[in-house]
Design a binder for this molecule. Structure first.
Ligand SMILES: C[S@@+](CC[C@H](N)C(=O)[O-])C[C@H]1O[C@@H](n2cnc3c(N)ncnc32)[C@H](O)[C@@H]1O
Length: 200
């Protein structure tokens, strides 16, 4: 049976974590509310190069692993990029904490955990519910770049975008290429671009 005190503590911890994330987001978004978002940025290899090549764009990388974010922050500091920020957070907490004005112009999801076992597929990031949620914070025309080396996950993600009322798969080249750590280890990989569309 559930222990009501423990459940209350659990929710209080989530609320506290999200409140401090919200403060971090408010301070990052002080200058601009539109940003390029990388989900599961690892140690920031890709987004650091991207932010250096796009000094006019605010870039935010999110990863749940503290050690990876610490490395990413060191990279950012060495490169002295004021337009680049790394935040340690679970992606769902980040979304819940993001101030209302925050909007994505571009989203990168590069080699997310594939959760290969069938009973773990529910943990995959790209799913109909998740892409519907992020669509609510994505500007019209926002591009989402998804890449994985797991063919079956790719097909599942493709099907989710194809049946989404919010996203349309586009046949476009990637405007910025830089192999991530996981891409360098992959023999083959599959990519798609989805565009946030309007109603009608
Ligand atoms: C397979 S690695 C890929 C890292 C990097 N994108 C690359 O291509 O080299 C997946 C990354 O997603 C992060 N991650 C997994 N679940 C997450 C979550 N719920 N929220 C934020 N980051 C998450 C992991 O910590 C890890 O760094």
């Amino acid at each position: 049976m559930e222990n009501p005190e423990r459940t209350a503590e659990h929710f209080a911890r989530i609320a506290e974590r999200r409140a401090s994330l919200r403060d971090a987001c408010v301070s990052i978004l002080a200058s601009k509310t539109e940003f390029v978002w990388e989900i599961g940025c690892g140690h920031g290899h890709f987004l650091t190069a991207y932010a250096a090549a796009h000094p006019d764009k605010l870039c935010i990388g999110v990863d749940i692993e503290l050690e990876r974010i610490e490395r990413a922050v060191r990279k950012r500091d060495r490169a002295q990029l004021p337009n680049l920020h790394f935040v340690r957070a679970d992606v769902h907490d980040f979304l819940a904490a993001l101030p209302e004005a925050g909007r994505f112009t571009t989203i990168y999801v590069l080699f997310p955990d594939p959760w290969p076992k069938k009973r773990h597929h529910k943990n995959r990031l790209i799913q109909p519910g998740f892409i519907a949620t992020i669509a609510t914070r994505a500007n019209l025309g926002c591009r989402l770049y998804f890449r994985t080396d797991h063919r079956e996950y790719f097909c599942e993600a493709q099907a989710a975008f194809e049946s989404s009322p919010d996203w349309q798969i586009a046949c476009e080249a990637w405007p910025f290429e830089l192999p991530t750590v996981f891409q360098q280890r992959a023999d083959v990989f599959y990519s798609l671009v989805a565009v946030r569309r309007g109603l009608g």
